[in-house]
Design a protein around this ligand. Structure first.
Ligand SMILES: [Zn+2]
Length: 305
């Protein structure tokens, strides 16, 4: 299973426009509300990094008084009859040390938290983070600049001046492992630590298919030509709002001409080495992405095939 997938909630989208139902659920003592503070989830018991964590979800009325009056909130979905919400309390100064959440745990950076949470909770947290992040960036109308307000339980914003509607966005990204015989192409982004390599990736542009984006990105970043592109699997990636579309691409050429604006370097990695690293072995000078990243699963699927 790929992290951020497998969200167990029934999104119950038909309920979002039922304002009375939504408001009743926001106050229902059986509901649970997830605090998000500056895009960080709350972890119960303040686990240290790399320790298993439990996602902070609380009864209505416990902590929402810390939120600004117009703070984003979102109906995440139903777990049986129980409704789950997320509520942004970024206005609070230090909510893990003062106020109603003090002593229960700590807020944690979302990526690290996702690695520590059970898979289903990481997926719920990813949904909440992507949605709250979208609200924070869309307080004003992209058409006329006037303030927008939340509608549909958090799944729409409406401009108060021109009535334009704005919807949460998901940006498609292709991430692809180019292969040539028993070698695969990995690159080191300029911001990566020394020795860290991953599959190449890039945003799909308007007017492009997935296959066309894969071939263009590989050509631009590494200089290789590719033929057949095969879709493998995908991953919601809430940093801030991507859908990572994982593919394999058959390389037709192997000479590398790296775009220095995109990559520090690129190299062909043989299958035995890739298999050794991706299954937990150490190979001097080369690191591959951890299991939170779809690149890890793409390399693994190819290396173990
Ligand atoms: Zn407007």
């Amino acid at each position: 299973m790929i992290p951020f997938s497998g969200n167990p909630l029934d999104r119950a989208s038909e309920k979002r426009t039922d304002t009375a139902w939504v408001e009743a659920k926001r106050r229902d003592p059986s509901s649970l509300i997830m605090p998000m503070w500056r895009l960080q989830p709350f972890l119960i018991g303040a686990p240290k990094n790399n320790e298993p964590a439990e996602l902070g979800l609380f009864r209505p009325g416990l902590f929402e008084s810390m939120a600004a009056a117009d703070a984003p909130w979102v109906f995440l979905g139903l777990e049986g009859e129980r409704a789950l919400f997320a509520h942004d309390i970024s206005a609070a100064g230090d909510p893990e040390n003062s106020g109603p959440l003090a002593g229960f745990g700590r807020f944690a950076e979302a990526r690290g938290a996702a690695m520590a949470l059970p898979m289903k909770d990481a997926a719920i947290m990813g949904q909440a983070k992507a949605m709250i992040d979208w609200h924070q960036r869309h307080g004003f109308c992209a058409r006329c600049g006037a303030p927008t307000a939340i509608a549909d339980a958090g799944y729409r914003r409406v401009c108060g001046a021109c009535n334009a509607e704005h919807f949460p966005r998901t940006d498609p990204v292709v991430i692809m492992l180019a292969t040539y015989g028993d070698k695969c192409l990995v690159g080191r982004g300029k911001q990566f630590p020394q020795g860290m390599y991953s599959a190449l990736a890039g945003f799909i542009e308007p007017g492009e298919t997935i296959e066309e984006a894969v071939r263009r990105e590989l050509k631009e970043e590494s200089g290789i030509e590719t033929g057949t592109v095969t879709y493998k699997f995908n991953q919601p990636w809430p940093f801030p709002s991507s859908l990572m579309i994982g593919c394999f691409a058959e390389a037709l050429t192997t000479d590398l001409r790296v775009d220095p604006n995109e990559l520090a370097e690129a190299r062909w990695l043989d299958k035995a080495t890739a298999r050794a690293i991706i299954t937990g072995g150490r190979v001097e000078g080369i690191w591959l992405p951890p299991a939170i990243a779809i690149a890890h699963h793409l390399i693994k699927a190819w290396a173990l095939d």
